[in-house]
Design a protein. Structure first.
Length: 124
């Protein structure tokens, strides 16, 4: 239960209990190979936005570079692997399943466009 002190803030007992809970969770943390896969997938999936931001600022227009889609596909694959084999978490599977297909689709479209442009340029 959330206790409050006379001045209106949380009581020290509540804060001490919460700190004990947090420290206990950190103490029980176990880094497994599957968690490493999950962390790597999360870092890759998140880093795609920094890549997108970099290219958008560099070119002064909104850009989704090819590396954005590669990071999306690889990050999604790693996260799906973690949620399927490492954690067996249906929420994680569902939340990463659809974005992985969108990322693969956009990667294919992007690569087709690059191929089309190179063919047009070679004809000129």
């Amino acid at each position: 239960m959330l206790g409050f002190s006379a001045i209106g803030g949380p009581s020290m007992d509540f804060l001490t209990h919460q700190l004990d809970h947090i420290l206990g969770a950190i103490h029980r943390f176990e880094l497994t190979p599957w968690k490493m896969v999950g962390f790597l997938g999360s870092v890759m999936f998140t880093s795609r936005w920094f890549v997108q931001l970099y290219y958008t600022r560099k070119l002064k227009r909104v850009v989704m570079p090819l590396s954005f889609w590669w990071l999306s596909v690889i990050g999604s694959a790693l996260l799906l692997s973690y949620f399927i084999f490492g954690k067996n978490d249906s929420v994680g599977i569902l939340s990463n399943f659809f974005p992985s297909f969108v990322s693969v689709y956009n990667l294919v479209v992007h690569m087709r466009e690059m191929k089309r442009r190179s063919l047009v340029e070679s004809e000129v």
